[in-house]
Write a protein that binds this ligand. Structure first.
Ligand code: PYC
Length: 332
């Protein structure tokens, strides 16, 4: 029996996939996107597994559902899904979803060049521009980013003692920088990142509590951001972000870039208004910026922006037939 039919626009943001699901959405309970995210996790997670995991998706697959807004001042709402679960916020996902939705005529913002979106992590303001029929860039004014923990000392098998920070940029990021026992990712393969990241994430979550002070359901360090030297002269810095069980972000990671800028700002290494061009593992770039300083429940924070572009490459209609052994996906 067909359990669900989902029309999707497939795109990528700087190389990382974004599947914008434009129909087949479940009606979600709750007044805010945070409530609706919880309802989705509790009652509709089969849709995420069917659309993100193999054979209809893959380790890096990531997507968003376009919903009507929850707040009076918003134009629409986004619910993010990926192989690791439902993210409170996703930067590359927003850039891809906004590009795909605008190009398909699914968003009619009240103000030209600006979309206000409710997302589980709060509300974001998104600017964009057109070049002919295409959205040429999207700039996200993200939720406030802040440092949650500094200098956590980990004893990592085979790597030895590592000191890491945790910062929030819409998700909690463990930030691993070059240090005595670790020269940085420049000399590492993707296989090394996939091997050590889950161990580091487990160790951090066993050592400290990462809890957003204003959002009960946003907790736990989920992503590992490895820093390294940029390969491109136009980049300020490079990173590789691990998420889920086997994914390395092909984009420079919007929420990771926000977290990294919060960390650099807290150390006095990045000023308000200074462009921060972040390079991904495949050499794609986002331009980040600290728009202003702010605070979250008394914690010093920054108001970050991230700018990048996305390309739509196709449309598909996915049917989930529950007589298919792999209807709800698999992971190897
Ligand atoms: O761009 O924020 C991001 C993101 C999170 C996970 C993968 N990409």
């Amino acid at each position: 029996m067909i359990k669900g039919t989902f029309f999707c626009i497939d795109a990528h943001t700087c190389g990382n996939p974004v599947r914008l699901i434009t129909s087949g959405h479940p009606t979600l309970a709750g007044a805010t996107m945070a409530d609706k995210r919880q309802d989705f996790i509790d009652n509709h997670d089969w849709i995420r597994r069917a659309l993100m995991f193999e054979p209809r998706g893959h380790d890096m697959m990531s997507g968003a559902f376009l919903y009507p807004p929850c707040s009076d001042n918003a134009d629409a709402a986004l619910l993010f899904v990926e192989t690791s679960g439902c993210l409170p916020m996703c930067g590359h996902g927003t850039i891809g979803a906004v590009t795909a939705a605008l190009q398909a005529g699914l968003l009619q913002p009240r103000e030209a060049g600006v979309v206000v979106l409710d997302v589980p992590a709060g509300q974001i303001r998104v600017e964009y521009d057109w070049q002919g029929e295409r959205v040429s860039w999207v700039k996200i004014h993200n939720v406030p980013a802040f440092v949650a923990h500094r200098g956590i000392i980990l004893d990592v098998p085979e790597l030895g003692s590592l000191s890491v920070d945790v910062a929030y940029g819409g998700n909690f990021y463990i930030i691993v920088e070059p240090q005595a026992h670790f020269p940085g990712i420049d000399q590492w393969s993707a296989a090394d990142i996939l091997r050590f990241s889950p161990q580091i994430r487990d160790l951090v979550n066993r050592t400290v509590t990462c809890q957003h002070p204003l959002h009960d359901s946003v907790r736990g360090a989920s992503h590992v951001l490895w820093t390294g030297k940029a390969k491109l002269l136009t980049s300020t810095a490079a990173n590789a972000v691990f998420y889920g069980d086997k994914a390395i972000d092909r984009s420079p990671c919007g929420t990771g870039t926000s977290a990294r800028m919060a960390q650099l700002s807290a150390r006095g290494e990045l000023a308000v208004g200074q462009p921060f061009v972040h390079e991904s593992i495949i050499g794609s770039q986002f331009t980040g910026c600290i728009e202003q300083r702010t605070e979250v429940a008394g914690i010093p924070a920054i108001q970050p922006s991230i700018c990048g572009s996305a390309h739509v490459y196709g449309r598909n209609c996915i049917e989930v037939d529950d007589s298919d052994t792999y209807a709800f996906g698999f992971q190897v």
